[in-house]
Design a protein around this ligand. Structure first.
Ligand code: ADE
Length: 252
């Protein structure tokens, strides 16, 4: 059963492709897909592209063209939840689209035609990712603390919000989190792809899970922190956590 590993940025994907056995590049739909084996599993690595449409297209291609039957996403996100700091990892329990608004026809944030606002990730895959993330942050405390964080990194599990927007001011971040909180949605992190992958996976009945390393606090310093963090840490986190996740996954 082939598993897809989706990343948002090339820096996040590089180490994974290098670790693959027999990696072969396949061009399709204006994208490059890497087929091969990783930790004993058939995998396809791909870049989602940035934003929800690119991510949904890539997901559909992975399922239709490459026959993948499970998808895991690795990337970075802005931390908006209390206590979610740079260097932490958030495993998605579920997703919503923070920029979706078909009101007054549908309640704010509800996905038209789906009768729901939140999309759950696969519980077993999310639990396995959380275990791998905990092992990673507990084992890598010193290196990360030295460079990026003033606290030991932690692994969280909870709601992630996606939208076609880089959240780069404290005011925008606060408004987003508070608006959602008043409707009962406590968001831990924001990014730009996951909810779209979750929606496409729901349509196809493909289990999906996601890990996001917190690169910034989605505030006025976000763009500065972001570039630095992706360069130095994201790829290393992706390799370790996805490696641990795959090693614990039963072969199919
Ligand atoms: N990915 C990483 N940081 C982000 C932010 N602040 N907003 C949206 N996506 C992100």
């Amino acid at each position: 059963m082939t598993l897809a590993i989706l990343s948002a940025l090339p820096q996040e994907q590089d180490g994974l492709v290098q670790a693959m056995a027999g990696a072969q590049a396949v061009a399709h739909a204006g994208r490059q897909f890497w087929r091969g084996r990783l930790h004993g599993h058939d995998v396809v690595c791909a870049l989602s592209g940035i934003g929800k449409v690119a991510a949904a297209t890539t997901t559909a291609a992975l399922i239709e063209r490459f026959g993948v039957r499970r998808i895991v996403f690795t990337g970075v996100a802005g931390g908006v939840g209390e206590g979610v700091q740079v260097g932490d990892v958030v495993i998605a329990s579920d997703y919503l689209q923070h920029d979706l608004d078909a009101s007054p026809l549908f309640p704010r944030w509800e996905m038209p035609g789906y009768g729901r606002t939140r999309l759950a990730c696969d519980a077993a895959m999310a639990a396995a990712l959380l275990q791998a993330a905990r092992a990673c942050v507990e084992g890598d405390t010193e290196a990360l603390r030295a460079r990026h964080a003033t606290h030991p990194p932690r692994a969280h599990c909870g709601l992630i919000a996606s939208g076609d927007q880089f959240v780069g001011t404290a005011a925008a971040s606060r408004a987003l989190a508070q608006g959602l909180r008043t409707a009962g949605h406590e968001v831990l992190a924001v990014e730009m792809e996951g909810a779209a992958v979750a929606q496409a996976c729901l349509d196809y009945g493909v289990p999906f899970a996601a890990m996001r390393t917190i690169s910034d606090r989605a505030d006025d310093g976000a763009h500065v922190d972001f570039a630095e963090f992706v360069r130095t840490v994201a790829s290393r986190y992706a390799q370790r956590i996805i490696g641990g996740f795959l090693q614990g996954l039963p072969p199919h």
